[in-house]
Design a protein around this ligand. Structure first.
Ligand code: ARG
Length: 461
């Protein structure tokens, strides 16, 4: 395909340089954004009398035809074109002749590519948000199902205090809701139109940028044309948001891997989300969770790549900026694929609640409650803490749980111990007395779940 820029530069570009320079292989996925932007640009040119109404209509109709033909497979993207913008414009000219040559009036590929990327980024943020919300809804349903399932909560991966599996899963709902919030914030900040910034300095044509912005669903226009063509902050911001989603997915993945191990045996994954081993017949591997954990590295890499590309770039457009695409597309695709597979996988999780409870009972995780019991009877907490520490030490040596120690032994330690201590250290009591806001009691978790569901709904508006 011939070059759009055969002006001053005339001789043919070196073949290796041409393919090195080209971006069509990856920016062809921006064809819809590119055509929509061009349609609005042609409408604006006609409205402003820069081209005639008839010319505008011819261009708009032909652009629509190009998009339809690509969508139905009648027109293949020509990969010898330099980039998607070249391909669309040259196809337009091939179809309607000289009128097509008027489309590029009062714009540049610099504002054109900035527009395409913003349209793509905005849509990606919306799509990923929807996927996040369905993961949150699925986690909330699981949390509801297991709001009474007592398990050990951990700190330092050591058994710490009793919680419920529902409480634990609800924590993830909040992480992913924050992610959705972050995408919403980033979307609001990026939603200003760069089209009309032209190459960098604006244009002498009487354009109407506000009209173009409104037609394309922007909240306004970028106020400085040099900023408009140079800004890729939104790629960085969204990549950071995507990286953090992966952090959260990989934390959940790690827990799924642990919980489904023989050592924990807390959950069973549905067979269709696990794989076997080619040699060990007993294996049921949590590959999906492991792979998501592994893919986290790619998305972090994508974030660092765009940060590094932008570092030290002088204003305004530089070809380096073409490197904004592959990493961002990869980050969006990776996160989308992970979320798509996590929703059904989480939905299929079955908790082995008896195992969870059994492990909880062996972990002295009600020791805090025993100390609290003494403190409520007037023993200063520091003393109570020390005394319970000794009791736990002796119990570990004897191989008994706190529930198995006879009352008479307790009373040898302190006269404050009475028969009601056994009720105080019963795991169900430990859980259900933690009614403080955000706590693990069934009633507290129910409140959290209704707040989570209200937050999901608030995104629908
Ligand atoms: N393919 C280029 C990119 O992705 C399009 C903009 C080209 N502009 C230019 N002045 N060469 O950044």
């Amino acid at each position: 395909m011939s070059k759009l820029w055969a002006g001053r530069a005339c001789g043919d570009i070196n073949e290796a340089a041409e393919s090195f320079n080209a971006s069509i292989k990856f920016d062809k996925r921006l064809i819809k954004e590119d055509v929509c932007g061009s349609v609005v640009h042609a409408m604006m040119l006609a409205k402003q009398g820069i081209i005639s109404e008839e010319e505008g209509k011819t261009i708009v109709d032909a652009l629509g035809g190009i998009l339809d033909d690509v969508a139905c497979g009648k027109l293949a993207v020509d990969e010898t074109a330099e980039d998607v913008h070249t391909f669309v414009e040259q196809t337009l000219i091939a179809r309607i002749g000289d009128v097509g040559k008027k489309l590029h009036t009062a714009r540049s590929r610099n504002d054109q590519v900035a527009l395409d990327m913003k349209l793509f980024a905005r849509k990606a943020a919306e799509d990923v948000t929807q996927k996040l919300l369905s993961l949150v809804a699925t986690l909330a349903d699981k949390a509801e199902e297991y709001k009474g399932a007592v398990m050990s909560g951990y700190t330092h991966l050591q058994r710490a205090q009793p919680v419920t599996f529902g409480h634990h899963l609800a924590a993830y709902c909040y992480m992913f809701l924050r992610d959705a919030d972050r995408l919403k914030d980033a979307k609001a900040r990026l939603n200003l139109s760069p089209i009309g910034c032209a190459a960098l300095a604006g244009t002498t044509f009487p354009t109407d940028r506000a009209y173009e912005a409104a037609q394309l669903g922007f909240d306004g226009v970028v106020e400085n044309s040099m900023d408009g063509v140079s800004d890729r902050d939104y790629v960085v911001e969204l990549s950071a948001d995507l990286a953090l989603i992966m952090t959260h997915l990989s934390r959940l993945s790690e827990e799924i891997v642990l919980w489904s191990s023989w050592e924990f045996k807390y959950i069973v994954l549905s067979d269709d989300f696990t794989t076997g081993s080619s040699i060990m017949p007993q294996k049921k591997n949590p590959d999906i969770a492991e792979l998501a954990r592994g893919k986290t590295g790619r998305v972090y890499g994508d974030l660092f790549s765009i940060l590094t590309v932008l570092k030290s770039l002088p204003l305004a457009y530089n070809k380096d900026m073409q490197e904004d695409k592959e990493g961002f597309f990869d980050a969006v695709d990776t996160v989308s694929a992970c979320l798509d597979v996590f929703v059904p996988m989480v939905n299929g999780i079955v908790a082995l609640t008896d195992n969870m409870e059994k492990a909880a009972k062996q972990g002295y995780i009600n020791a805090t409650d025993l100390a609290d019991y003494l403190a409520k009877k007037g023993v200063p907490f520091r003393e109570a803490y020390k005394m319970v520490g000794e009791i736990v030490k002796e119990a570990v040596e004897k191989g008994v749980t706190l529930e198995e120690i006879p009352l008479s032994d307790y009373q040898k330690k302190s006269a404050a111990f009475e028969a009601d201590l056994f009720d105080a250290i019963d795991l169900a009591t430990c859980v259900n007395k933690r009614t403080s806001e955000g706590g693990t009691a069934v009633s507290s978790v129910e409140k959290q779940l209704s707040s989570i569901r209200a937050k999901i709904k608030s995104f629908e508006k």
